[in-house]
Design a protein around this ligand. Structure first.
Ligand SMILES: [Zn+2]
Length: 177
């Protein structure tokens, strides 16, 4: 069984959001196309308490984003919700990074319950949460395909996207456009 994992396709990561990824909303249409073909679709949401350790005011690297219950934490309105089987929130522990969809969530158990052996991954952002989720999927023994055209990168440092792709390939992740 194959599953599609949609990483953090949320308002705060799209233009106009608190931590907008450049061109972030460009992933929505390709993701809808992938989701129409996928037998099982899981969407993760970054979903933080107000005092999350990743926020600048707590000494973390990011502005306040994706606070639980806020509009910014909601899935992008053009993402076709009917195509999503399960929504999983991550990043809820104040003292943990929460980049990966596997970190302190039910994701691995859920995939095992559905006899998933291969995951397709798309979403935001390639050089953070998509990368971390894909690497953890490999650690969980899954075949992993990242659909690069359905991701966008933050690129805090220029070249971060390419470095992420190199790291993913080295871990055995297949990259497709
Ligand atoms: Zn976050």
């Amino acid at each position: 069984m194959r599953a599609l994992i949609l990483v953090d396709v949320q308002n705060d990561f799209c233009p106009g959001g608190a931590l907008a990824v450049p061109d972030g909303d460009a992933v929505v249409e390709p993701i809808n196309r992938l989701a129409r073909e996928a037998p099982f679709v899981v969407a993760t949401r970054d979903c933080h308490p107000e005092d999350h350790g990743s926020f600048a005011e707590q000494g973390g690297p990011w502005p306040v984003h994706c606070v639980d219950g806020s509009v910014g934490a909601e899935l992008h309105p053009r993402l076709e919700r009917d195509l999503v089987d399960v929504v999983l929130d991550k990043g809820q522990a104040p003292d943990r990074e929460g980049y990966s969809g596997f970190e302190a969530t039910e994701l691995e158990r859920l995939l095992r319950e559905h006899d998933v052996d291969t995951v397709d991954i798309a979403g935001l952002a390639l050089d953070y949460c998509v990368k971390a989720t894909a690497l953890d999927a490999r650690r969980a023994g899954l075949n992993v395909v990242v659909h690069r055209g359905a991701t966008r990168a933050v690129e805090v440092k220029p070249g971060d996207a390419e470095r992420a792709v190199d790291e993913l390939r080295a871990a055995g992740v297949e990259i497709v456009e």
